[in-house]
Design a binder for this molecule. Structure first.
Ligand code: FES
Ligand code: FE
Length: 377
């Protein structure tokens, strides 16, 4: 799993005043909508005794109070009240948790999970359809018991469509994938791929006049975990943006926004969601059975052919970022038969921004080579 990226962690509409727990990179966060409408994302780990802040409540103007002993934290992570202390006793400098930069864009809450300063942060993927009034969006989510890189690669893999999706999204009589060009930069890779469309059926049947021999499908990945599928049908465009949120290394929360510029009335939403759900369920079966569960680090561990070019590009780029120290593993370790979770966090930008606070952090960080963490100093 990669740190130092903007992660789309939740649909905007799902974040309200009530604090909630969200999970990403094997790490829990508390998220809530502040009085001013902005969203706060903090590590869900109270520095006192590891209470889950997400079980606490909002107090004062905009603070979250830990459910265990009531320590109160501001949205920037500083603790401003320790109820058990006499009123004239100061708050220790170390009484702070990591707070993460947040941007709301394209109907998603994006949290920057890493400690890079603003100018060095990789970009948020561009989703032009979101603000285009000719498109209508539907929202979908499900959890898959598989690694997020396996689920990501599945979406950019055009060759699986006729086998896994049959006529739902592919043409089993024409499985060939013509060679395609990659269009790539540091953070994204896309390709226009010619595919044979499935036989017309269901609601779409009436929309087809002359069924084309081939349609252009744009497949692409955007680091760290977004994949796009853009199908140009003769009667309009359908796009799926698929956010593969690593709950842990082997469990993925998939959130999808599906856009279409045909049948844009509300009554067609249900059908659009059903199509997404059907395709996801077909993928689930194969992806949950893949071995090894985690995407291999070694390129030669699996055999690639020309039509796998998008996945190979991803694996190459990921290797560069691992060498840069951006990889974080899973912190769940098993001792005897009792699973134990370490109390570590993804470092937030405040750790670099305030060198004078270098020692003012209770929890050790994950990634960047300072693991194993969670042990005593
Ligand atoms: Fe949070 Fe004690 S554990 S206040
Ligand atoms: Fe699929």
């Amino acid at each position: 799993m990669l740190k130092n990226f903007w992660y789309a962690v939740e649909f905007s509409h799902a974040v309200q005043r009530q604090p909630r727990k969200i999970t990403c990179l094997g790490q829990d966060f508390v998220v809530w909508r502040r009085r001013n409408g902005e969203v706060a994302v903090l590590s869900d780990l109270c520095v006192h005794r590891g209470g889950a802040l997400s079980m606490g409540k909002l107090v004062g103007d905009d603070r979250i109070a830990c459910p265990y002993h009531g320590w109160e934290y501001e949205p920037d992570g500083t603790c401003v009240k320790i109820p058990a202390n006499p009123v004239d006793r100061g708050i220790p400098k170390k009484a702070r948790v990591d707070a993460y930069p947040v941007i709301e864009r394209y109907g998603m809450v994006w949290a920057f999970l890493g400690d890079l300063p603003e100018e060095q942060r990789p970009p948020i993927p561009h989703i032009p359809e979101h603000d285009d009034p000719s498109y209508r969006a539907v929202y979908f989510e499900t959890t898959i018991e598989a690694n997020y890189e396996r689920t990501m690669e599945n979406v950019v893999d055009a060759a699986h469509a006729p086998f896994v999706h049959g006529t739902a999204f592919g043409n089993p009589d024409k499985p060939q994938i013509p060679d395609f060009e990659l269009s790539q930069d540091e953070w994204r890779c896309e390709a226009d791929i010619l595919m044979s469309p499935p036989p017309a059926k269901g609601r779409w049947k009436r929309l087809y006049k002359d069924k084309p021999e081939q349609v252009v499908v744009t497949n692409g990945w955007y680091l760290p975990n977004v994949v796009k599928l853009h199908v140009r049908l003769p009667f309009g465009d359908m796009l799926l943006y698929d956010f593969n949120i690593p709950l842990t290394q082997d469990r993925t929360l998939i959130k999808i926004i599906g856009y279409r510029n045909f049948l844009t009335s509300k009554w067609a939403d249900k059908n659009a969601v059903q199509r997404i759900s059907k395709i996801l369920e077909q993928d689930r079966v194969v992806v949950e059975a893949q071995r090894p569960e985690l995407l291999p680090f070694d390129l030669s561990a699996e055999l690639h052919i020309r039509s796998d070019a998008l996945q190979v590009a991803y694996r190459r780029r990921r290797r560069e970022l691992i060498e840069r120290g951006w990889w974080v593993g899973d912190d769940d370790v098993v001792t005897g038969d009792v699973p134990r979770r370490r109390a570590t966090v993804i470092p937030s930008p405040a750790r670099r921004d305030n060198p004078e606070l270098a020692r003012a952090w209770v929890h050790k960080t994950r990634g960047g080579g300072d693991e194993p963490a969670g042990d005593t100093e």
